[in-house]
Design a protein around this ligand. Structure first.
Ligand code: NI
Length: 135
């Protein structure tokens, strides 16, 4: 029996969307308010899904404490109340859009998760705007 278990998480972080090789005008035209040179914050909501076979012996897919701890250590502790552009290594070379943040979170979790599981990351940047990355 295949099933997906989810764990929700939350973090607040600041970012700025811009390309240093573009002019301020060009950055504002493309990224709008998210290009504010003084940065700004979002309340990010995260839903992490793990898919696999239920263990017939325990009835568990995964001990959710394991997933909780991976998310805490590698996502929340690394990103909560941080400036993503400055404090999270991956965003030295990636623009911290919701798309890229979901990609980075996926890779961070994937590295620490049993490879038998499929992973999906749903990231809400606002209540109504979100992205899903499944690798
Ligand atoms: Ni923004």
């Amino acid at each position: 029996m295949r099933i997906t278990a989810y764990r929700k998480a939350h973090f607040n972080a600041a970012h700025r969307l811009y390309r240093p090789d573009w002019s301020d005008e060009q950055n504002t035209a493309v990224f709008g308010k998210c290009s504010n040179p003084h940065f700004h914050g979002h309340n990010y909501d995260l839903e992490v899904g793990v898919t696999g076979e239920v263990d017939p012996e325990t009835g568990y897919l995964i001990d959710l404490k394991i997933l909780k701890d991976i998310i805490k250590e590698h996502v929340e502790d690394a990103m909560d109340h941080r400036n993503l552009n400055i404090e999270v290594t991956e965003f030295k070379t990636l623009i911290p859009t919701a798309e890229h943040i979901a990609f980075v979170i996926y890779n961070r979790i994937k590295k620490h998760l049993d490879p038998k599981f499929d992973l999906e990351v749903k990231l809400f940047e606002t209540e109504r705007n979100f992205v899903v990355y499944k690798g």
